[in-house]
Ligand binder design. Sequence first.
Ligand code: FES
Length: 592
Amino acid sequence: MTDGGQAGRGLGRGLTQYGDADFSLYLRRSFARSMGFSGELLARPVVGIAQTSSGFNNCHRGLPELAEAVKRGVLAAGGLPLEFPTISLGEVFLHPTSLVYRNLMAMDTEEMLRAQPMDAAVLLGGCDKTVPAQLMGAASADVPSVMLVAGPMMPTSFRGERLGACTDCRRFWAQYRAGKLASGEIEAVEGNLATTAGTCAVMGTASTMAAIAEALGMALPGSAAIPAVHADRLRAGEASGRLAVALAANPIRPSDVITAKSVENALRVLLAIGGSTNAILHLAAIAGRVGVEVSLARLNELSDSTPVLVDLKPTGQHYMADLFAAGGVGAVLRELAHLLHLDALTVTGEALGERLAAPLSYVDRDIVRPFSEPHQPQGGLVALFGSLAPGGAILKRSAADPALFEKEGRAVVFASLEDLAARIDAPDLDVTADDFLVLQNAGPKSNSGMPEAGYLPIPAKLARAGVKDMVRISDARMSGTAYGTIVLHVTPEATLGGPLALVRNGDRIRLSVRERRIDLLVDEAELARRRAAWRPAAGPPVRGYRRLYFEHVLQADQGCDFDFLRAQASASVNRDPKPAPDPESRIPNPES
Ligand code: FES
């Protein structure tokens, strides 16, 4: 029989093994016909659409409609769109944390991209961990892929002010804890924080990762900030489908796009948007899939020369919908252009510099400031090193109180999340506003799976007295929507017996943002005694994915990826020779 010219492409890719390739293709086409496609469609290039809609993911509520728009674009451009499901990670629906399952989703995405017959893919994601998981998986599978995010929620008008998840969630909750909001009022707020489809409405982790996907060149220009419910989101879907068909003909692979240069561009954007601390982890993990290291020392160099340009919550006033109206990520990239690697290739086939050559017709300077008049003079994130964090720690200085940046304090230690919950509000807790709150055993290998618990609550008695911020230190993470003087990702973590595990109540700790240091002021002999007496808080999980996770998860400085998934251990399977991009296949830039 004839293979219809399909051997090694379209449905002829990666045949199921029966020991007879012709039979495999014949059988596959027979079963594909049962889906009602014509022979003409089945002979087309195949675009896989990674669908992450789920009843457990409110942020992805709009993805079924978005997938239809992608299909429209694929069909119009001459491809065959085939949707397939992967794991979805709804941030607030997962125990113990969504981060634990990011690598599982990345593995799912990678394996399904590789195992199923597709010439290119469109990745539909949005909620915090889904975009990094999909980019990690795509980078490892190295199938030509376009990232298409769900888009942010719209803010809501509520009693004379605008609300949006989730910086406002935390603001109201802090007021409730401080006794300034009654239970009936907090319930009313609860009903008005997240009112549309889409991802959190501020510059949280989801929005940050959307911006990073665009800055890396893995998403269409102008697509990161389009609100989930805006018709332009569907148009971006259609354009992404068309682009995927072009990529099927002239592959540009994730490994062509995610390079040392584009990763550095993404770091610049992360700093300029006052983005989430979580993005450092995710970008390190994505880059690690193609053999690029994200150095925290380099992050500090970039941070010192990259101002915060975007005035969005939690570091500013506005919402993602405002950033979209103001010019989007393209406006930020244009302000940063002189600092960027403009020769970095993007998934459209254009270099970044080509994309940015045309000026935007309108930029709202209240939202995206000019480089010469920034929102804040330096980047939003800094890495700290010192005896408490030899492998580094992260502080989001743009969301912190500068009055606390150069400070020595007494440690008030909580040994776990449970210990924190049990004692933080105790009336007899020995704590003052000048103390440093320290949380142990909340890192990547802890039972709590590196939760977003680094935003330790201000002890109730201090909150009621009007204390709004304190230095807080942990090996945990922090939601991208949170704020405060919060030292995160302390590496190595306490569960591995890092210096954080050795801190005791009453120890002195010194923070110096100016010197980029966080030091435990305890002499080495005493630390050696404590180290000798230290025992792990709990044994490893006994079975299943959690056991795999525990045995292979890396520390925060390597993005909490699994050791066997980083580039040096990955196989180059199914990789075709790389043709040069065809200029004719370039799709129009939606910004122009
Ligand atoms: Fe999904 Fe915030 S909960 S983006």
